[in-house]
Design a protein around this ligand. Structure first.
Ligand code: MSP
Length: 665
């Protein structure tokens, strides 16, 4: 009889469709993917749900702005989210859209359960509402800003259905006390506990002021409040009302960002308690990806897209960086510089170099077969063996990698794996197999050394697989191993499983070393290109343009005059120009655009000398979101033709005299 695997269910947040993925979002999804792979290597039958949150005022407004029906707008955006996760190798096993019919049924079913159990009533509500956060702001007065996002609130009065959240104060506090692991990390648990202990007010869970939502059955025009709708997606993805048949609910963990912990740790368990449904086992809140010390987000204009990074350095590089660099649960800073430093240091010079050294020597000195360590084992080899065993052990003492990963201490787990990488590197340097190879009498010793290095490499490969799946799969093949690495059991991993005599594969570099500044420039150039509406693929341009949608463009690729008029171009005159330090292609230019001097970073340094630009009239796009290039703020774009296969920039200009500040139409 086939073994029945234990089930493990985890979720990413359900992402809003009025924005596009940046690496803050990718962080949640990558973490979940690493956990999924790890749990599969422990023998679990894992389902990971991700998806898109498609209702609410923000989406309604974005679609209106784009001039397309909401359904078209969200379909296009959801496709882009899905494509991004596919490209990053992190697709959901379930991709739930809140516009799916099965989801609407689940939301309506949950509502009925809550109402039938006496936790829903009708009432009137007037309050300050933050459209951006889709939440009423308690105690706010007209004119107040939202304390979370700082945007102005709006006064809203409507007849709503209310959820008796106040009835769950005690049950929630009991839940947190009985299951301290329910909210992680501890700092977030404390925050939630004191919030709930401070008293909970009933919550309005339907709206009549918006149209774009799931209808409340028999109560139209009421539609569900987005959080009642969105949270339920976790359940609708795994069977909804039929969840017992699929057997994945309750979720083992919901991974979320710290800004949405309250919705998950207060509202969600309260809705489920009211409905009499099982509660998720854990909510894990991670910190934010910061850029220049502030939260990365589209509205701040500092969002970094994942695609340029993975196009240049590969998926594993981004995954490794995010999980190694950021302590899970805390905020972490992103910079291209730190990314490339980690790549070259830990991946290219660390693991990549160890794999290629070891495998090349086995090819050269052992006829391409894993040697037999039988007679030549020494103390240094035993030290490596012991080190590897400690690293692979599931214990809190060392702590071993499984213990760290079980507890979401990804950075620590990776650090532990890399202690073994460094130890084996040092071991090769001190045992000098290339010297042993020159002396036939040292054959047994040579075999023992290269076996030890290869076996340690195999252990590293298995343990690091959940985080860097592609590279480890390659090393696995190069070690001559069959079958999928992802199907190996981490809990059965032991020293000595590598079989002497195994024919190894062809050694190939898995992480070629890269030149830092050139690599950063390539990523920045791709990021810039994807942010320029005219050049970007339709869907990427939409995000950069602040919510316009690709669906707005007719199929023949022509745009309406109103679309063209959104781009404000003016005649500018260069006041000063200088090179940006450490970036061969960039010039920092101050341009007078008519009563205002703008600082613009332009990728023209290889074709224009700074001194030749001063006084020159140029065309400037003045209404672009400001952004930073190599840490220097750029507030606009100088228009140039892109000539030839290398895209040589040639600045656009005028044959006649034109006034500075004149608009181009
Ligand atoms: N739609 C809601 C979630 C509903 S879940 C039932 C939502 N969507 S979101 O697209 O705005 O955010 C999704 C997730 O991305 C959140 O967990 C949020 O914390 C995370 N992040 C957004 N910006 C982030 C960073 N700069 N860094 C890390 N995570 C960030 O909220």
């Amino acid at each position: 009889m086939a073994e029945t695997k234990p089930k493990y269910y985890l979720t990413t947040p359900i992402y809003y469709t009025n924005g596009l993925p940046h690496i803050g979002h990718a962080y949640s999804t990558i973490v979940c993917d690493a956990v999924r792979r790890y749990k599969r290597m422990l023998g679990y039958d894992v389902v990971l749900t991700t998806g898109t949150d498609e209702h609410g005022v923000n989406v309604e407004r974005a679609a209106l702005k784009a001039g397309v029906p909401e359904s078209e707008f969200v379909a296009q955006m959801a496709a882009t989210w899905r494509e991004t996760w596919d490209a990053l190798g992190t697709p959901g096993d379930e991709f739930i859209r809140t516009t799916d019919l099965k989801h609407a049924h689940t939301v309506q079913w949950l509502f009925r359960l809550c109402r039938d159990n006496g936790y829903v009533y009708k009432g009137n509500y007037t309050g300050q509402y933050c459209v951006h956060d889709n939440a009423y702001v308690a105690d706010a007065k007209p004119g107040d800003n939202c304390p979370d996002c700082g945007r102005p609130t709006e006064t809203v009065t409507e007849e709503n259905y209310f959820f008796k959240l106040s009835a769950f104060e005690k049950p929630l506090l009991d839940l947190y006390a009985k299951h301290p692991e329910f909210i992680q990390p501890e700092s977030r648990r404390n925050e939630v506990v004191s919030f709930v202990a401070g008293g909970l007010r009933d919550l309005s869970i339907t709206r009549t002021s918006i149209r774009w939502g799931i209808p409340v059955p028999g109560e139209e025009p009421h539609v569900f409040y987005v959080w009642f709708d969105a949270l339920t997606a976790y359940l609708s993805a795994v069977g909804g009302p039929e969840y017992e048949r699929q057997g994945y609910w309750p979720a083992d963990v919901h991974v979320v960002g710290k800004d949405i912990i309250r919705f998950h740790a207060i509202y969600w368990p309260a809705f489920l308690m009211a409905a009499g449904l099982p509660l998720p086992k854990q909510i894990w809140a991670h910190g934010w990806m910061l850029m220049d010390a502030s939260k990365m987000s589209k509205s701040r204009g500092n969002a970094v897209k994942p695609r340029p990074i993975v196009n240049v350095l590969g998926n594993d590089a981004l995954r490794y960086f995010l999980l190694r660099e950021v302590i899970f649960g805390q905020d972490g800073n992103f910079s291209y510089d730190a990314l490339v430093t980690r790549y070259n240091g830990d991946l290219a010079n660390g693991l990549g170099n160890l794999a290629s050294r070891t495998l090349t020597m086995i090819e050269k000195y052992c006829g391409g077969k894993i040697p037999n360590p039988a007679d030549g084992e020494g103390q240094l080899d035993r030290d490596i063996k012991q080190h590897a065993e400690l690293v692979a052990e599931d214990n809190a003492r060392t702590p071993g990698v499984p213990w760290s990963f079980n507890n979401f201490h990804f950075s620590r787990g990776l650090e532990t794996i890399w202690t073994l990488v460094s130890a084996v590197d040092a071991y090769l340097t001190s045992t000098q197999p290339w010297v042993l190879a020159e002396d036939e009498t040292k054959r047994a010793r040579l075999d023992a050394v290269l076996f030890t290095a290869a076996e340690a490499l195999r252990i590293v490969t298995v343990l690091a697989h959940p985080v860097i799946p592609a590279a480890t799969e390659k090393i696995w093949r190069q070690l001559g191993q069959n079958g999928s690495l992802g199907a190996q059991r981490i809990d059965a991993l032991q020293w000595g499983q590598l079989k002497p005599g195994t024919r190894i594969g062809k050694p190939e570099a898995v992480f070629p070393r890269v030149e830092k500044s050139e690599t950063i420039e390539r990523m920045e150039a791709m990021e810039k290109e994807a942010s320029e509406p005219a050049k970007a693929p339709a869907s990427a341009a939409a995000g950069a343009a602040g919510g316009a949608t690709p669906a707005a463009q007719p199929a023949n690729n022509k745009i309406a005059i109103e679309d063209f008029m959104k781009v404000e171009m003016r005649v500018g005159q260069v006041h000063t120009a200088e090179r940006v330090q450490g970036a061969d292609k960039l010039l920092k230019v101050n341009v007078d655009v008519g009563g205002e001097v703008r600082q613009i970073v332009a990728g023209i340094a290889q074709h224009y000398k700074p001194e030749d630009l001063v006084g020159r009239k140029v065309i400037v796009v003045v209404n672009l979101q400001p952004r930073k290039l190599r840490g220097v703020e750029s507030n606009g774009m100088i228009v140039a033709a892109s000539v030839g296969p290398e895209g040589r920039p040639v600045l656009a200009g005028f044959l006649e005299e034109v006034e500075v500040g004149a608009r181009l139409k």
